[in-house]
Design a protein around this ligand. Structure first.
Ligand SMILES: *[C@@H]1O[C@H](CO)[C@@H](O)[C@H](O)[C@H]1NC(C)=O
Ligand SMILES: *[C@@H]1O[C@H](CO)[C@@H](O)[C@H](O)[C@H]1NC(C)=O
Ligand SMILES: *[C@@H]1O[C@H](CO)[C@@H](O)[C@H](O)[C@H]1NC(C)=O
Ligand SMILES: *[C@@H]1O[C@H](CO)[C@@H](O)[C@H](O)[C@H]1NC(C)=O
Ligand SMILES: *[C@@H]1O[C@H](CO)[C@@H](O)[C@H](O)[C@H]1NC(C)=O
Length: 416
């Protein structure tokens, strides 16, 4: 009888179908919300925006602390320190309980989200996982001489190969983690930070216009800065700032900051229009974002600007450099239209295989902006493009479906 093969093929097919229909990624806030014993941990994931970062990644393991174990951190340190401590619990690899107990040689160093932030000195963003005697698994900092102070207690949830949530009994503390200086010290010299990051022109404008004070006034509540580097101000596409009124310069500079904490992970998962400090009414002076891999692009409606470096990420303040001055349509909408469209260097070129055939849909050259992945605010060009993007998705799903149906058909015919 061929029945067993048929069933396993069918099972494979069904699970592939299930995978295909789960288009959206995980929501860690939702996963932990089902477990009130992690409410404190979950709340800090949201406050520090680590939840967004976790949701934007796959193949990760989150080590969670229950409310009791979280008590040693909660409320005892600045948010920026707690964020670092929790980042060390986001392993950039997938460990389910089985894999945890099958570590080759019984010990391994694994990289964490903390290592990717640039805040971790040396190898302090790595975690040592060691299979101890008696089925116990210990976790500790990778720093030499560190003890394995935390232990695996139980599995909380797994979405295979995307995210595994495991409970451990104590935070992993790397040397210096809890004694990092409070961000207020780092942030107190905003212009100094910007100058060091290669944004002297921008820093100078903030001071001369007085907008620096507006930035500083929102630091407590949250501040995100998109600082164009000095090269960006030399760009041919940048209109002559000398021709702007004082009020327009203020709006332009306020357009480069948000009165909220939006680190990279949050920008990556963002789907909405983002209000800036210049926003003075619905739909005014806002930004949209698009993501390609690890890259984030800001869209003003006139020209895209790529997020370059993170100068500082100290909850609730984050400072990025961007490679283009952000030009709000409210100031430059019609003035820059005749300017040549920026070369599509930053635009991801679709591979010939998945791109539409040139005859089928050759979109008209955009009059102003932008990359093929234009955001909704860049309409009408943007909306047309996003429609064709949706169409591409719609086409690929049925073809997957057809392939699966064919598989089932083969399975059935084999069994006959
Ligand atoms: C895993 O994550 C990827 C990317 O986020 C997503 O496309 C896929 O549907 C997810 N799989 C499951 C089973 O959730
Ligand atoms: C994740 O789940 C939480 C709690 O249910 C919800 O408030 C939040 O909007 C969800 N986030 C996303 C990105 O869907
Ligand atoms: C992990 O820590 C243990 C105990 O300190 C140590 O014996 C082991 O060599 C470490 N593992 C790695 C891969 O460094
Ligand atoms: C701010 O930083 C800059 C550059 O590091 C430095 O030159 C300046 O003296 C600092 N200002 C204050 C008030 O600390
Ligand atoms: C651009 O020009 C159009 C018509 O010429 C006008 O309706 C619109 O308000 C202008 N936009 C800006 C931002 O000045």
């Amino acid at each position: 009888m061929a029945a067993p093969q048929t069933f396993s093929l069918l099972a494979l097919t069904l699970s592939l179908l299930a995978l295909a229909s789960t288009v959206h990624s995980h929501n860690i806030t939702q996963i932990l919300a089902d477990n009130p014993e992690y409410s404190s941990f979950n709340s800090y994931l949201s406050q520090t925006k680590l939840a967004d970062e976790i949701n934007s990644r796959s193949t990760i393991t989150l080590l969670v602390l229950n409310n009791g174990a979280m008590a040693s951190l909660a409320g005892k340190h600045p948010l920026s320190v707690i964020k670092n401590a929790l980042s060390l619990l986001v392993l950039l690899d997938y460990y389910d309980p089985q894999k945890l107990h099958k570590i080759s040689d019984g010990t391994v160093l694994t990289t964490t989200l903390y290592q990717t932030t640039g805040n971790a000195p040396g190898n302090l963003g790595f975690v040592n996982i060691t299979d101890l005697k008696g089925g116990k698994v210990g976790f500790g900092s990778a720093a030499s001489g560190s003890k394995l102070d935390s232990s695996y207690t139980k599995s909380v949830n797994q979405i295979p190969y995307n995210i595994s949530v495991l409970e451990i009994d104590a935070p992993i503390i790397s040397p210096g983690l809890l004694t990092a200086p409070a961000p207020s010290a780092a942030v107190s010299n905003l212009t100094g930070l910007l100058e060091k990051a290669g944004c002297k022109t921008f820093a100078g404008l903030l001071v001369s216009s007085g907008v620096l004070k507006t930035y500083e006034s929102t630091i407590e509540k949250g501040l995100t800065v998109f600082a164009p580097n000095d090269e960006a101000f030399k760009d041919d596409d940048v209109p002559d700032l000398m021709k702007l009124t004082q009020a327009e310069v203020v709006s332009l500079l306020e357009y480069h900051a948000l009165a909220e904490y939006k680190p990279k992970g949050s920008l990556k998962t963002n789907k909405n229009k983002i209000s800036t400090l210049a926003t003075n009414g619905a739909g005014k002076y806002d930004l949209t974002t698009s993501t390609s891999g690890d890259e984030v692009v800001l869209h003003t409606g006139i020209a895209p600007s790529r997020l370059a470096d993170t100068v500082l990420d100290a909850t609730p303040v984050v400072i990025f450099t961007v490679d283009k001055v952000l030009l709000p349509p409210e100031l430059f909408g019609n003035a820059t239209s005749p300017a040549p469209a920026p070369a599509p260097v930053t635009a991801p070129t679709p591979s010939p295989a998945e791109g539409p055939s040139p005859t089928a849909a050759s979109p008209p050259a955009p009059p102003t902006d932008e990359s093929p992945e234009s955001s909704p605010s860049d309409s009408p060009v943007g909306s047309a493009n996003s429609k064709s993007a949706n169409a591409a998705v719609a086409v690929s799903s049925p073809s997957l479906f057809t392939a699966l149906v064919t598989l089932v058909a083969i399975a059935v015919s084999v069994s006959l």
